[in-house]
Design a protein around this ligand. Structure first.
Ligand SMILES: Nc1ncnc2c1ncn2[C@@H]1O[C@H](COP(=O)(O)OP(=O)(O)OP(=O)(O)O)[C@@H](O)[C@H]1O
Ligand SMILES: O=P(O)(O)OC[C@H]1O[C@H](OP(=O)(O)OP(=O)(O)O)[C@H](O)[C@@H]1O
Length: 214
């Protein structure tokens, strides 16, 4: 008998792109799921149950096995470092993680870096032999250098519009980001046929050119 797959779906930006990809792959998510405020959504017709999660929490649900699979940005995977299987690069929600500063930034004795990604930032500066104090913020990271909280920031860049409007410059790219399909290690064995079928369907509609640039 086919088993139901529990899918941790991130709300927000990624949901729109991921749901479009699922539909393109023939996984018919009903339209009303896009608007619902419900958090657990049984979808027996497509053999799934959606868990609508905060993006940063997706790897946690998958590691603990309360979701069998999930969709999550590479940025979150790098930051959270959870024990999950990365099955597929979906090539969606493309952006990059970069070091950003004011145009006149120069290395000083006291260096402070603000970011939503303290683990990624600490590792990057450690590997580059730079001693910095990392300050965790939860959003509007570009504010930090503008009002003197930090000298630099580590944040996401997509179109570059936010940097432009705030007079900031991208100094160095740390890594490219796309969303990934991840699985719980036990679920991947116990529900292998079902998970593999989702993987195969999605693989067929992933834009390979987009994945290659990552
Ligand atoms: N321009 C962008 N800025 C931030 N994240 C982006 C961008 N483009 C794609 N992404 C991807 O989308 C994910 C963030 O999605 P979203 O903005 O919905 O979540 P969030 O910032 O965690 O949510 P919230 O604003 O509720 O805290 C990132 O983890 C990243 O992989
Ligand atoms: O290069 P761009 O296309 O301008 O996109 C990048 C911006 O988008 C994200 O912010 P978000 O909208 O998620 O708001 P937040 O700062 O509150 O997290 C990110 O943190 C950048 O600020």
């Amino acid at each position: 008998m086919k088993q139901i797959i529990k899918v941790a779906m991130p709300k927000g930006r990624i949901y729109k792109k991921a749901s479009a990809l699922f539909r393109e792959a023939g996984i018919q998510i009903p339209d009303d799921v896009d608007e619902t405020r419900k958090l657990v959504i049984p979808l027996p017709d497509i053999g799934m149950e959606f868990i609508l999660a905060k993006p940063v929490d997706v790897p946690t649900y998958v590691e603990y096995g309360v979701a069998d699979i999930g969709i999550v940005g590479k940025d979150v995977l790098m930051e959270e470092n959870r024990d999950v299987y990365e099955l597929l690069d979906l090539g969606i929600a493309r952006c990059r993680m970069s070091v950003i500063a004011l145009p006149d930034w120069k290395p000083g004795i006291q260096q402070r870096v603000a970011t939503k990604y303290p683990n990624v930032a600490s590792q990057f500066f450690r590997e580059h032999g730079q001693q910095v104090e990392v300050i965790k913020l939860n959003g509007s990271i570009e504010l930090a250098p503008l009002i003197g909280l930090a000298d630099r920031i580590v944040d996401m860049v997509e179109t570059g519009q936010t940097l432009k409007e705030n007079g900031l410059v991208e100094m160095e790219k740390i890594f490219d980001i796309t969303s990934r399909l991840v699985a719980n290690r036990v679920s991947y064995r116990m529900k292998n046929a079902e998970i593999q079928a989702v993987c195969d369907a999605l693989s067929k509609v992933i834009r390979r050119d987009e994945v290659k640039q990552a």
